[in-house]
Design a protein around this ligand. Structure first.
Ligand SMILES: C[S@@+](CC[C@H](N)C(=O)[O-])C[C@H]1O[C@@H](n2cnc3c(N)ncnc32)[C@H](O)[C@@H]1O
Length: 287
């Protein structure tokens, strides 16, 4: 497993009985996680001192219980990148900390490419991956179905003094956008996709990982440049193993000279030293 490193302001302190205890800057949050199937003793006092706890309801939604006043938003830093944290109704916070395991790879590949790199970041959310690529010197096209997410991504960009870097911020359905780019003969040297298990486009287009991922990955190969640097496929979908998405990406990229690696990504639990799995990433790299 590749565990995220480089976090100062985020820490996964403990995990037990279906929940994570996390430090986000100076605030402690408790959030549910279906991977946490063990019931170890909750020794850390943070469980009782948490500022907010997210309670999942039987209908699948849920709500936050605030135990002390929390600002509407604050920021956390990863390797010099500042990111806005704002607890949402779906238990999310605006940042997927485990993705830092991938942001580092994107930065290193772009930084050592020795040429201009054009990146397409699909399902880009609040933009952390886009900012990592921009900071490394790439030009980026950031696509997400949600106006609110793209607006927050732009705010994160401004927060890091990256607003003047070459980035197209697009609110659109990813599949529609990719098919249109193919018709326009636009080409990218690197593609990042981090799709949810289930989602909707701006006009209600339904996205279901298992049903749609193969078509999207293959459509993306039509908009790759002749010398692609990398293609990263992330998955949170329960039941889809890293090897499965690795197989899919290997088939799609079989015409290119590079290799595909597939691995779980995760977060180290500082209280135990063990790693919590948080999905998987398959990456095609040129070398
Ligand atoms: C899991 S998040 C991505 C997390 C992100 N990569 C990160 O690490 O910061 C999934 C995103 O997909 C977007 N989304 C869902 N369905 C979509 C669709 N059909 N087209 C475009 N974006 C979509 C959602 O708005 C959400 O921002």
């Amino acid at each position: 497993m590749r565990a995220a490193e480089g976090w100062k302001d985020y820490e996964l302190i403990d995990a037990s009985s279906g929940n994570r205890l996390e430090r986000w800057g100076s605030y402690l949050l408790v959030r549910p996680d279906p991977q946490v199937i063990w019931h170890t003793e909750k020794k850390d006092s943070g469980w009782d001192r948490a500022d907010a706890v997210y309670h999942r309801s039987s209908s699948g939604g849920g709500s936050w219980e605030y135990r002390s006043p929390l600002p509407e938003e604050w920021t956390v830093e990863w390797n010099g990148l500042r990111l806005i944290v704002t607890p949402t109704n779906f238990k999310h916070t605006g940042v997927f900390p485990e993705q830092a395991a991938n942001w580092k790879i994107y930065e290193d590949l772009i930084g050592s490419a020795g040429r201009d790199i054009k990146v397409l970041n699909l399902f880009g959310y609040t933009g952390a991956a886009s900012l990592a690529c921009l900071r490394a010197g790439a030009s980026v096209c950031h696509v997400d179905a949600s106006k609110g997410m793209v607006a927050q991504a732009k705010r994160n960009s401004a927060l890091n003094g990256l607003s003047d870097r070459p980035c197209r911020w697009i609110v659109d359905d990813c599949m529609k956008f990719v098919l249109r780019e193919a018709r326009r003969e636009n080409r990218y040297d690197a593609i990042i996709m981090d799709p949810p298990s289930y989602g909707r486009g701006p006009s209600g287009e339904v996205w279901k990982y298992e049903d749609d991922i193969s078509e999207l990955v293959n459509a993306c190969t039509d908009i790759l440049s002749d010398d692609p640097l990398f293609f990263a496929l992330n998955s949170y979908t329960t039941g889809i193993s890293p090897s499965a998405s690795g197989y899919l990406l290997s088939c799609a990229m079989s015409g290119y000279p590079g290799k595909v690696t597939a691995d779980e990504i995760g977060l180290t639990v500082t209280g135990t030293g063990f790693a919590l799995p948080c999905g998987s990433t398959s990456i095609y790299t040129k070398r």
